[in-house]
Design a protein around this ligand. Sequence first.
Ligand code: RI2
Length: 315
Amino acid sequence: MDVHEEVRETAAAIDTMETRGAAAIADAAARALRTQARASDADSPEEFRAELRAAARLLFATRPTAVSLPNALRYVLHGLAGETVEELHASVERTADDFCVRLDRAQSDLGQVGANRLRDGDVVMTHCHSTDALACVESAVDQGKALEAIVKETRPRNQGHITAEELDAMGVPVTLVVDSAARHYLNDVDHVLVGADSIAADGSVINKIGTSGLAVNARDRGTPVMVAAQTLKLHPATLTGHTVDIELRDTEEVIDATHRERIGDPKVVNPAFDVTPPRYVDAIVTERGQFPPESIVTLMRELFGEGTTRPWEEP
Ligand code: RI2
């Protein structure tokens, strides 16, 4: 039983962040399971299911923080149905397609909700690169609102540059600033607008490192913080007391080995995400409407029940 080469390539692309962003990771994972199903030469339904589980385990192991990844795998594996290999294959095709269509629709529905919070002439400050957050801006621009953006570069990988490029393509004037300049400009900002990799049951937002400091500063300045996150970002395991793993990435993203050596070889750590407590967040914007963070638990229960399974593990 083999995990298909293309699935391995997808897993490697997620691992190296060639494929990145919580929504894009989920989309790639669902497509990879479909690839595995298409390529399968399993002789029995048991073998087919085992192949799918092995592929899902490989994908699951790539990045720990974005819950959209296990949520996508769960969605497809829960859709497995049939008595024969052919029927099982058809069910994966159906469910993976359905998942990707829902993902796109959720982002555009969420964008419209978020756009309603933005007024003509507003300035938004962004952190990192979030397709959910940008969907709100795009929808507001489509409504004819003129927006401006102050874009944080977002060290260590400078993913703010992707945001700057995409805002520019939408016709939104961009001012790029270093991360530490954020507070300096908050008085000129009407909304802090960020995405999320995971949202916990208490309404805490797990997003790119630096989000929590930005949110605390925004609260101090009286600037509202809006988190754009499809319900796929809700982390159901937090309903039962689990915490969200924070990914530690390669220290070379922070400083290369030669320079590090030159400055006395200090210890370097590179956490990719942080946790913003709900009291610093004004609204979580989803495709189901906007929620105060403290009430997100109700939506989480409605969508996921009391907890989650791990269908990729061996029975
Ligand atoms: P969308 C990204 O993480 C950022 O933290 C971003 O806010 C979040 O995913 C959500 O992105 P990374 O994969 O799903 O760049 O909104 O580490 O695109």
